[in-house]
Ligand binder design. Structure first.
Ligand SMILES: [Zn+2]
Length: 448
């Protein structure tokens, strides 16, 4: 019996996940070196702030129903490598929360994101140039991350190379041996390149993974390594979560229901406990509706729908995203998906973020409920009553209409004069300051 039917009986989503980069996760306030965006950035805070940030994410997750926290850049020399990672993983396990590594198997530095480690893909490729991914003219491939989306020129590996495959599988084996408390892995096969060497092109043609010229990721590459990688992980850590990133939504490619595809057949050999992870950005293609259930062959697996609410990618950091989170949970539930994921990089000191996180928990538990129910059940006790909670939802989205902000701030000042609870005061003060920052910018922008 798969988890889908068990989930349906309870009428809820079973898994809530936070997705994070190490360099832009800021839960300790008033530290130096904070960043608010990026991919492939330097880590710019003091080394010990990394552990302090994530212990706070774990504490909040344990108290508020978040099951697992994914970290890109978990392993870096600049914040303590294996020792720091293990400390965070063990602390989380003791509190019933999982830390899972988010890692590119052929890109993004591999298992050890940055530093002088035998598990560093960058180091491996520097020592083994014959393992580099190739362009059509056989020149070695790099991903050029450009500011503000990172700074590195990072080498990528050829997925058809046997030495690369052995390196990836050995790295995973070593990782789960030295950090037994690690809760799992979100695996990726690379979303910014496809190796175009002869062997890769021939293999993809054989596997029929539904590849298109763009976007630059390959389901055949995923299907070629995910099953073997999962086996290595489970041989060390039988309860680990193995999350297979797809970089897309199943509505975007018919390969996910094409059982004649050797790529899909390879993935279908994986055990039911495997997670498939989808993204809710439909890449300019058709829009996801409640009628778009999971493809039939995939229904026995576990699934996570990942979203980018309130980040550099969607809306801006700190924006209120309650309605979008409601839709993410409702559509996931209707589709037969059991888990939802969103960015967890921002401290819940920021009240909009706090309500976004609480919305993920609430709508995962009550996927068919309305925003009004959320306001009544969750926001009202934190803001001074249901009417005020409804008002917060209306005022909280005014960042894009700065001309309405001055009167909103005056209204919030009146509300504050009647609020006695310290945490409720923090939330209203935060909202006034958040909106004022957008008003200020609109005025400065006119001068410029
Ligand atoms: Zn290749």
């Amino acid at each position: 019996m798969g988890t889908t039917s068990a989930g349906a009986k309870q009428g809820k989503l079973n898994y809530k996940l936070f997705w994070t980069w190490d360099h832009s996760t800021n839960w300790v306030l008033n530290t130096i070196g904070k960043q608010n965006c990026g991919v492939a950035n330097h880590y710019t805070k003091r080394p010990d702030t990394f552990v302090r940030d994530y212990l706070r994410v774990v504490d909040w997750s344990a108290a508020n129903g978040i099951d697992a926290i994914g970290i890109v850049g978990l392993l870096r020399d600049s914040h303590g490598g294996f020792d720091s990672a293990r400390r965070i993983c063990a602390y989380a396990r003791e509190r019933g929360v999982r830390i899972y590594l988010i890692a590119g198997l052929y890109a993004y530095g591999g298992i050890y994101y940055e530093g002088d480690s035998p598990l560093s893909l960058d180091r491996f490729l520097a020592n083994n140039p014959d393992c580099m991914g190739q362009a059509l003219d056989a020149s070695p491939q790099y991903i050029n991350f450009r500011f503000p989306y990172g700074y590195k020129k990072e080498p990528v590996a050829c997925p058809s190379n046997r030495k690369v495959r052995n390196f990836v599988l050995d790295s995973l084996d070593y990782l789960f041996m030295v950090i037994p408390e690690l809760g799992g892995i979100q695996m990726e096969a690379g979303d910014s390149f496809q190796c175009l060497c002869e062997r890769c092109r021939a293999r993809r043609a054989d596997m029929h993974g539904g590849e298109k010229r763009l976007p630059a990721f390959s389901f055949s590459d995923m299907a070629d390594i995910y099953p073997a990688a999962a086996e290595v992980v489970w041989s060390r850590s039988p309860d680990a979560w193995v999350i297979c990133e797809t970089y897309t939504h199943y509505i975007n490619n018919s390969v996910f229901s094409d059982v004649t595809s050797p790529a899909l057949q390879a993935m279908l050999k994986m055990p039911d406990q495997t997670f498939w992870q989808w993204g809710d950005r439909s890449f300019g293609q058709r829009v996801w509706t409640e009628a778009d259930r999971l493809p039939e062959p995939l229904r026995r697996f576990r699934h996570v729908m990942r979203a980018h609410h309130s980040t550099q990618w969607d809306g801006g950091r700190g924006t209120l995203a309650v309605e979008n989170i409601r839709q993410q949970c409702r559509l996931s539930y209707a589709a037969g998906i059991q888990g939802v994921s969103m960015f967890g990089e921002t401290s819940p000191f920021h009240a909009n973020t706090e309500f976004n996180y609480l919305a993920l928990q609430y709508f995962a538990d009550h996927p068919m409920d309305s925003v009004h129910s959320f306001a009544e059940q969750v926001m009202a006790p934190r803001l001074g009553g249901t009417a005020l909670a409804e008002r917060y939802l209306e005022l909280g989205v005014l960042a894009k209409t700065p001309e309405k902000i001055p009167s909103a701030v005056r209204e919030i000042a009146k509300i504050i004069s009647g609020v006695t609870d310290d945490d409720a005061l923090r939330r209203w003060n935060y909202l006034a300051s958040f909106l004022n920052s957008y008003y200020w910018e609109s005025v400065q922008g006119q001068k410029a």
